[in-house]
Structures are given as C-alpha cells and as structure tokens.
Design a protein around this ligand. Sequence first.
Ligand SMILES: [Zn+2]
Length: 191
Amino acid sequence: MFDGSRQSNNFTANVSGIGHSARIAISDVAMKGASLDEVRAVTGHEIGHYVLGHIWRMVITFSLLAILLFFLADRLFGRIARIFGSDAEVGDPRGFPVMMFILSLFGFLALPVQNYLVRTGETEADLYSVQTVNLPDAMASALVKTAEYRNPRPHPVEEFLFYSHPSVERRVRAAMEWKAAHPPAEKPSPE
Ligand SMILES: [Zn+2]
C-alpha cells in the first residue's frame, strides 16, 4: 500500500518493476474505499499485467517508437527548420527549439498509437482478473469508483485519441459479459 492520498483522492493501483523488484502498489485511498473482493479483483488485474509480460512489451515498443521518432526528426529536421526560416542543421544548438517542436509534434501524433497499446494491455489485464479471480461484480464496482476522476463514457473518438484506459463503461460491460457467459456452478440442492 502506498501513501497515494498525499497526492490525490484517486482510486488507483499499479504494478511495476521486473524480477525481484516487481511489486503491486495499491493507493491507501483504494485500500480504504474498497471491499476485500474489490482489492482481489484489482490485484488480479495488476498480476495480469505482470504475468502477460506487459512491462516488457511497453519497454520494447516504446523504445522502438522513440527510435522511430528520433529517426524521423533527424531526416526531416532541415526541411522543418527552413519553414521556421532557420538554416540550422540537426547538430546545431541554434536548432534546439526546432527539435523541440518536431519532437512534441511527433509525440502528439504518436499518442493514439501509444494509447492504443496501453488500452489493449488494460483489456487483457481485466480479462486475466476475471479468468483467475473470477469476481466480475467486484471488478465492476471497483471500476465505477475510478469514474470519480475519469470520464466513464467518453466519445469514441476522444477515447481512441486520448484515453490510456478503455472507458469505464466498456470495461464494466466486458466484466458483465464475462459474468453472463460464466454463470456460477449450480449449488447442489439441499436434500
Ligand atoms: Zn491496468
């Protein structure tokens, strides 16, 4: 449990690290506001990120993306500098503002790609949680608590461009669809 309430009232948890340094951190806000089943469902989600190798996937894809951005910045630097009326080359300190412009522009354009990757991981981790912990109701009620700080029903275009997590509405629906498809085993009749 980490002292998340020092920074915000967000109901949040995360997993980070690799090997022996891996750990799941749950904000004290979430720990205080959640039922035991909600903590189980959320922990199942975070374990999913680790088990499914999302940390490595992020490290590798974001590194490749950064290499691509710097490669393009290098190739297009001269042309873009001319637009700003500068004759600076890529290694010239005078061209630094142009480099910052290029990197922020490309970073902005790459945002949907980045968000798409992260959202895919979130969907997979949600699925891992219901498959292993099988608490779709607790998953859904925990998700609803994140709607305090996250628009639960964004426009699909807004979600595609700017959301690092699938909408709360979509995630709750997925949990409920799982529940509908996996009814609890019938209890033996008490005779
Ligand atoms: Zn997650």
